[in-house]
Design a protein around this ligand. Sequence first.
Ligand code: HEM
Length: 135
Amino acid sequence: MEEINASSLYSLMGGETGIRTLVDRFYDVMDAAPEAKDVRVLHAATLKQSREKLFLFLSGWSGGPPLYIEKYGHPRLRQRHMPFSIGERERDQWLWCMNKALDESDYLPAVKEHLKTRFSEVADFMRNRSEGLQI
Ligand code: HEM
């Protein structure tokens, strides 16, 4: 398979429909799985806005229409996550939900692997709580 680049990723993810499906599955998993309870409680009672914003973001992030930027400006993702305490546990639970949603998707295996790697990098970057021993 040819190398996955930013402009091809959007179509490899199935464009708008494919990305919405992935995001919906991701938040359905987060909403229901006891394994994700610590990351779920950080979110609002309804995940409607989270679903919409993650879809808008991933559209541009994958090389498609920059919908998030058009609506909200520069994502500044790390800064926007600062109000939430994110450590290894929250990072790992977020990734667990996303990896499950990816495993259940009909994306090509190479696309799944590519996305898992990239999401794990972004999620790790979002950590803002040190796990060090507090003395
Ligand atoms: C590392 C673990 C992560 C945690 C615990 C987390 C948690 C959250 C929370 C609590 C919100 C607010 C949503 C609400 O109030 O309902 C949010 C917003 C958002 N998250 Fe995450 N997130 C994580 C990783 C990521 C990653 C990896 C991405 C992108 C690939 C991402 C993209 C977004 C976007 C685009 C928003 C909307 C920002 C805004 O406009 O306010 N998040 N996240």
